[in-house]
Design a protein around this ligand. Structure first.
Ligand code: TYD
Length: 212
């Protein structure tokens, strides 16, 4: 089973991923769950991940392709083997991040880029998530949250408008009806958000039999 958490910076996604990993490992056993992240979720992937995020590039498609290269390695080395071994993969960001950040978030990307991205991504044959949990929060609330913990560099660098575009990019993907998307109101307390995630995960796991 393949579960992905998505959301803009400051949505609380990384904290919720860590809590969910412990919850599932407690329920199903440590070996049953593989927690990973993009970019850079593979051994040696840090340099590519850092360059994909912060590299000085002037063509939007270059950045898209760096995130795709990172994903190719991540899928080949971590995600696909774990799924084949019958494990549950919990991934902090995946394809939807690239579409939301690099395509919908970037006004310089030409009309039709979302469709082109979908075709490129399909050509790689990446595994499809069984569920994408979208931690939804306004850019304004996310910025307040990040300021409180002194980490709003991303907002200072990219601006609130960018994160509003990314948020709408996520919502458009959810509405485009591919299925498997769960919308979670992330503007609430950490515990409230986690309880809702657990409700959904318990339902999803059902009588999940772990074959490790
Ligand atoms: P990270 O420090 O992991 O932030 P977080 O824990 O909030 O996810 O940085 C991930 C950054 O990478 C984040 O700003 C979004 C960006 N990103 C993209 O722009 N496109 C992508 O395809 C992925 C996977 C991440």
């Amino acid at each position: 089973m393949f579960i992905v958490l998505e959301g803009i910076d400051g949505s609380g996604k990384t904290t919720q991923c860590a809590r969910l990993t412990s919850y599932m490992a407690g329920k199903l056993g440590q070996d049953a769950v593989v927690a990973t992240r993009e970019p850079g979720g593979w051994e040696g992937g840090d340099a590519l991940g850092k360059f994909a995020i912060g590299g000085d590039l002037c063509c939007g498609w270059s950045r898209v392709m760096l995130f795709l290269a990172d994903r190719c390695e991540h899928v080949a080395r971590v995600i696909a083997p774990s799924l084949e071994a019958g494990r549950i993969v919990l991934c902090d960001r995946y394809e939807a991040s690239t579409l939301a950040y690099q395509v919908y978030g970037d006004p310089s990307m030409p009309e039709g880029s979302a469709g082109r991205f979908a075709a490129m991504s399909a050509a790689m044959g990446f595994p499809r998530p069984d569920a994408v949990l979208l931690l939804d929060i306004s850019a304004e609330d996310a910025e307040v949250r990040l300021s409180a913990r002194g980490g709003k560099d991303a907002f200072d660098a990219s601006g609130k408008d960018f994160f509003e575009r990314v948020r709408s990019g996520y919502l458009r993907q959810m509405e485009s009806g591919k299925g498997g998307w769960i919308l979670i109101n992330a503007a609430r307390s950490e515990d409230e958000v986690f309880s809702e995630i657990v409700l959904f995960i318990d339902k999803l796991l059902g009588n999940w039999a772990v074959r490790v």
